[in-house]
Design a protein around this ligand. Structure first.
Ligand SMILES: [Zn+2]
Length: 124
């Protein structure tokens, strides 16, 4: 029982679903959901509704707290490389893997091993 987490939604207890209604007769209340696992907002919310309620209430303060973006960020040519491949349906031919620069549109071929290696980086 103690492994259950409470939904962090600010209005979770106001949604009058059957599973939230707890207590004995004459002493019933709608309560914040408890779950062993929740799937929204990094496991903090029981539903997208609760996630959105929280965001509506706290998002401005959260953004200010962690640092509001005040200048546009730049993805530069050096950082614009992504891995991609051309699909080859023919069994005789393997897919063509490459690094692709989303700004310059340059392609640099790589092997499938390099494509699958998350640590492989292009020497630009
Ligand atoms: Zn909830």
């Amino acid at each position: 029982m103690s492994d259950l987490k409470l939904c962090q939604g600010s209005k979770c207890h106001t949604y009058t679903t059957k599973d939230r209604l707890k207590g004995t007769k004459g002493n019933k209340t709608y309560q914040t959901r408890r779950r062993s696992q929740m799937y929204y907002g990094s496991g903090n919310f029981c539903s997208l509704n609760c996630y959105n309620d929280w965001a509506e209430t706290f998002i401005d303060r959260a953004v200010d707290h962690f640092g509001r973006t005040t200048e546009p960020k730049h993805l530069t040519e050096e950082n614009a490389w992504v891995k991609d491949y051309d699909w080859r349906g023919n069994a005789d031919e393997s897919h063509r893997h490459f690094f692709f620069n989303t700004i310059t549109k340059e392609r640099r071929p790589i092997t499938e091993e390099q494509y699958n290696d998350n640590n492989y980086e292009l020497n630009t």
